[in-house]
Design a protein around this ligand. Structure first.
Ligand code: ADP
Ligand code: MG
Length: 442
């Protein structure tokens, strides 16, 4: 309902904008475009349901922003050359059009435009995830180091017949750390450029020429090599058969194959890293391009123990090593993401205790404002029967006098009983089968 009205408002605004645009009232058009886009963004942020809907709205936004940008430029220059949108176009636009349909895009503005769009779609990111933040997955880490770090550090080792891996596919159940591991690669391989692309960006309709985008992506990677191209959820781009397989999907796949193959293209110094939860839908030709396919399984007990520790971080808690082992034992079948949710929920328990407490008592401990200093007038939630319990609620507690209640084993168990594992046996079976057929344990 609400989504309908905001979205409708956005559509009304841009419709008016287009009208004004056509009537050459550029200033008014610009204002309306910008206003409309704001409404679109609001819809994306708070109301639109589902990635598909969001993507198509995003697509529209970019289109209108593009136009708004042009109008702005035009208005700023107060220039003589009329700018037209589609339809009857000036000489310059005609030229743009031609190169549009031209596959041999040389150094034309069209290509520049694509590349700048590409720069928006891809993230050349520097996340802060270290190898040590990723629990378990030792084989996968080793393989990635071999593919990414060593060839750059010791190029002399990788000459002649010994060539580094060009394609690595990470596959496994959702929430096991595939995307997370890729972030660690980006952080640790700090001498290469890391391009992170989500397939939905590449597939999005607004460009309508995703295969050119793929081509440009690889070109950009070549310019910045050594590079790593990370394509998350690659299944949405390269599935063997999809219901709406149309020309453009096929063209993207072909372009992708050509680029990875490196026929007439230099693929030296470029590693394509893919991730998927459903590897069996991948087109077999694409699958072959990923020379190394690494299974990222659900975490083992030890990895789960480490995850509990990682996710607890430096929060105050009273869990013993034994408690943590017990938790690891109880979470067979939980993915890393599941465990992070269990812990996050447990970490909220002390907050809930503070919020719902009817009684507090005085204790001594490090001052919240200065951890070096030990003070003895802190207040901690307690039960009414406790010695020294005073009836009060959190509003009566001065902010610098609260003693942070530690996370307890009970909090963890409570949260655990509420959170069920998300990965099901069916998917696991399919993944195991795929690993037997095509994969390698990570
Ligand atoms: N091996 C792991 N070590 C530490 N945290 C993990 C691990 N696997 C998953 N997580 C947690 O789960 C979250 C989701 O993982 P993600 O990499 O997005 O899963 P996916 O395999 O579906 O891409 C991560 O942000 C991280 O907090
Ligand atoms: Mg992921």
């Amino acid at each position: 309902m609400a989504a309908g009205t905001t979205l409708q408002k956005a559509i009304d605004l841009v419709t008016k904008a287009t009208e004004e645009d056509r009537n050459k009232n550029y200033a008014e058009a610009l204002r309306l475009y910008e206003h409309g886009v704001e409404y679109f963004l609001h819809t994306i942020k708070y109301e639109a349901q589902g990635e598909k809907a969001k993507d198509s709205i995003r697509a529209k936004c970019l289109q209108y922003l593009d136009r708004a940008e042009k109008l702005k430029e035009y208005l700023k220059k107060g220039k003589k050359k009329p700018i037209k949108e589609g339809g009857e176009s000036s000489a310059k636009d005609d030229k743009d059009k031609k190169s549009d349909s031209d596959d041999e895009d040389g150094d034309d503005p069209e290509k520049k435009k694509l590349q700048s769009k590409l720069e928006d779609a891809i993230v050349i990111e520097k996340p802060k995830v270290q190898w040590s933040d990723v629990a378990g997955l030792d084989a996968a880490k080793e393989a990635l180091k071999e593919a990414v770090i060593l060839p750059i550090k010791f190029p002399q080792l990788f000459t002649g017949k010994r060539i580094p891996w060009k394609g690595i596919l990470l596959f496994g159940p959702p929430g096991t750390g595939k995307s997370y591991l890729a972030k660690a690669v980006a952080t640790e391989a700090n001498r290469s450029t890391f391009f992170s692309v989500s397939s939905s960006d590449l597939m999005s309709k607004w460009l309508g020429e995703s295969e050119k985008l793929v081509k440009n992506l690889f070109e950009l990677a070549r310019q910045h090599k050594p590079s790593i191209i990370f394509i998350d959820e690659i299944d949405s781009m390269c599935s063997a058969r999809s219901d709406n397989e149309n020309d453009s999907v096929r063209r993207i796949k072909t372009e992708f194959l050509v680029q990875m193959q490196g026929v007439g293209n230099d693929t030296d110094g470029i590693l394509v890293l893919g991730a998927t939860n459903i590897p069996w839908v991948l087109d077999s030709a694409i699958r072959r391009r990923f020379e190394k396919r690494i299974y990222i399984p659900l975490p083992e007990a030890h990895a789960r123990l480490v995850m509990f520790k990682i996710h607890l971080g430096n929060t105050t808690h009273v869990l013993t090593e034994q408690d943590l082992k017990e938790l690891a034992g109880k979470t067979e079948g939980y993915s890393g993401a599941d465990i992070s949710i269990v812990v996050r929920d447990a970490l909220m328990e002390p907050v809930r205790k503070v919020q719902t407490a009817t009684h507090f008592k005085r204790v001594s401990g490090p001052s919240p404002t200065n951890h070096e200093e030990i003070v003895n007038d802190l207040l901690v939630p307690c039960s009414p029967g406790d010695q020294g319990a005073v009836e009060m609620n959190w509003m009566d507690v001065p902010s610098d006098k609260l003693f942070e209640p530690p996370v307890t084993m009970r909090d963890m168990l409570k949260s655990l009983s509420r959170t069920k594992p998300t990965v099901n046996e069916d998917d696991l079976k399919k993944l195991r089968k795929f690993t037997e057929d095509f994969g390698q344990e990570g």
